[in-house]
Ligand binder design. Sequence first.
Ligand SMILES: [Ca+2]
Ligand SMILES: [Ca+2]
Length: 108
Amino acid sequence: MPLVCGDLTLVLVCSMSLMAGGTGDDVLTGGLGDDLFVFGANTGNDTVTDFDLVDDILVLEDGVTVSGTSEQDANGDGTLDTILALDNGGSVTILGVNGLTDTNDLFV
Ligand SMILES: [Ca+2]
Ligand SMILES: [Ca+2]
């Protein structure tokens, strides 16, 4: 079943659920199952609490690209987190994910 979100049309696979980071700073939790986390032009500084490298996918829309990556413990729980800086001035902090050798792994 195609899902239309703004000018983005997505065909969700099986039980994937869609988590969209809207305007402002959002905290997104996908929960169990396969999740699609979508960030657009005015996404702000968003946080994903439970990204799973195997099951979950990040999607950047509106031509947004990653301008840099860093690792720091953003939430102070003792585990490094991956922070994607976006070229629109926003960011996506992915809690509990670190040691990425290729950030493209987040998008496939
Ligand atoms: Ca947001
Ligand atoms: Ca952390």
